[in-house]
Write a protein that binds this ligand. Structure first.
Ligand SMILES: [Zn+2]
Length: 265
């Protein structure tokens, strides 16, 4: 039913080699809102900015998955419908106000409408990620999880200096060597837990990596660098080089090891 209404699944998967020990995710890949939601009452131009999705992130994810031969799960719906990178009890799961913009279609949502959003979008994506993770563990290769996002070049008029950043919580296995690797890219400013924190209870990496003892990191790339295919391919190439180096040279990445979270587990 979901597929018929959407025209396709609320997520896509890219096949890859499970033995590589890496799973790539893209939570905010698309600004797609099915017609029956009437753009949630927003103007079309409001759906073409960061409020609705992470511009460029899907392209980077696709290039990166191809370059590395890694499997990936890519969401196919706008975070304005429901944010897959939030826990179910997070007040920003379905945002009534996003970046100062009132989202009319999200105001005063009934419990039934909320459940419909979860069933049509959130849960299928979440299940797909959980399924890929479970299959890799069952195959004897607990995966490292890498989540690809993008951030705007300025916030409230203040330019953001970083080209890329790593968001992480307590498990240092992947983020620490990843930060070192990213710093080897010439003329690139690398951030550490900016402009957001990787310590968000219930987010995708919390649910699928922290809670399962899997090494993980979230990589943010500044939006203006990856708006076109050329930039997306360039950044995917940077990330492919760094990530494959980290995977080859770091011990203990593909083992289940519980590090907990700054948010309380
Ligand atoms: Zn994002």
């Amino acid at each position: 039913m979901v597929q018929e209404e959407l025209g396709e699944k609320p997520y896509r998967t890219i096949d890859g080699d499970v033995k590589l020990g890496l799973l790539i995710l893209c939570d905010h890949a698309q600004n797609r809102i099915p017609e029956d939601f009437h753009t949630l009452g927003l103007r079309p131009e409001d759906l073409h900015r960061h409020t609705a999705f992470d511009l460029g992130a899907e392209g980077v994810t696709r290039f990166l998955a191809k370059m590395l031969g890694a499997p990936a799960v890519i969401s196919q719906f706008s975070r304005l419908l429901v944010d897959p990178n939030r826990g179910l009890d997070d007040p920003t799961l379905i945002m009534e106000i996003a970046d100062g913009l009132v989202v009319p279609g999200n105001v005063g949502l009934s419990a039934a409408a909320r459940e419909e959003r979860l069933d049509r979008f959130y849960r299928p994506y979440d299940d797909a990620v959980g399924g890929m993770v479970g299959a890799a563990i069952d195959a004897g290769r607990p995966p490292v999880i890498l989540s690809i996002h993008s951030f705007t070049q300025a916030w409230k008029g203040v330019p953001r200096p970083w080209h890329t950043s790593v968001l992480w919580d307590k498990d240092p296995r992947l983020p620490v060597p990843l930060l070192d690797g990213l710093k080897t890219i010439p003329d690139v400013v690398v951030g550490d837990n900016v402009p957001y924190s990787g310590q968000l209870k219930g987010d995708t990496l919390y649910r699928h990596a922290t809670a399962r003892g899997l090494a993980h990191a979230l990589i943010e790339v500044r939006q203006d660098l990856i708006l076109g295919e050329q930039g997306q391919a360039e950044w995917a190439a940077h990330l492919a080089r760094v990530v494959s180096g980290v995977l080859q040279s770091t011990d203990g990445l593909n083992t289940i090891e519980y590090h907990g979270s700054h948010t309380g587990i």
